[in-house]
Design a binder for this molecule. Structure first.
Ligand SMILES: *Cc1c(COP(=O)(O)O)cnc(C)c1O
Length: 227
């Protein structure tokens, strides 16, 4: 019990600090803090770790695995109204049905096949998750996402060929790079494609991302602790 209380205390302390840092980064950039949404990345953490964060008023959460989210979130969603769940990890076509059923935002649209499959599932289920295209800004071979030079064509194809509404872009800069050129690149691709949502910035660099226009920051370990 003692242990439980202690970890609950620290998660709320960390959340308060992250909120304060977001607030300050937005103000320093001359932006309204309300224009930056905190996506609490709860991957690997159990429902009992997530609940205090929900009780504290957070309502936007990110998970990177469909299967893990399916095990954790239906009960949480049933007992808390107004939660918004983002898929931030790669999506396989054979999980598209479950993803469309569970997630409110799918941030990792990155190839024709998944765009086509999502379009079919959205029609079938009459659920309309918001969709972000993931851009592999560092062109890393092992990383998901469309290449920057293919982003415009892919976004247009999602819209025209599959009738998908693409409302945002998402990127994960290479771990060893300065993040700012990647955030700036994502911002430029969004601007020329009429896209308003920019999902960029994690525990290590969310302030920089806010400075460069992030509307959504995906923060995990700075809130929940090390995984
Ligand atoms: C895990 C993860 C995050 C959060 O990372 P932290 O460094 O723990 O804040 C953000 N985005 C994606 C895509 C992730 O997989």
């Amino acid at each position: 019990m003692q242990q439980g209380k202690k970890s609950r205390g620290s998660v709320l302390d960390r959340l308060a600090l992250v909120r304060a840092r977001i607030d300050r980064a937005a103000r320093d950039a001359g932006r309204d803090p309300r224009d930056v949404t905190l996506v609490c990345v709860s991957k690997t953490f159990a429902a009992q770790d997530i609940m205090p964060v929900i009780d504290e008023g957070e309502c936007v959460f990110g998970e990177n695995r469909v299967q893990e989210a399916l095990e954790k979130w239906p009960p949480l969603k049933a007992s808390h109204s107004g939660l918004e769940l983002h898929l931030i990890g790669p999506l396989q076509s054979n999980k598209a049905h479950e993803a469309v059923s569970l997630f409110d935002v799918i941030e990792t649209v990155d190839r024709d096949k998944i765009a086509k499959t999502l379009a079919g599932e959205i029609q079938k289920t009459a659920r309309h998750p918001r969709l972000n295209v993931q851009v592999n800004t560092g062109a890393e071979p092992q990383k998901a996402g469309v290449l920057p030079q293919e982003a415009d064509r892919f976004i247009e194809s999602c819209r025209k060929d599959y009738g998908l509404e693409i409302s945002g872009l998402m990127c994960i800069p290479p771990v060893d790079d300065q993040a700012s050129p990647h955030f700036a690149l994502l911002n430029r691709i969004a601007a020329r494609n009429g896209i308003a949502v920019l999902s960029m910035g994690m525990s290590g660099d969310f302030e920089l991302a806010i400075q460069l226009g992030a509307t959504h920051v995906r923060v995990g370990s700075a809130i929940f602790g090390e995984r």
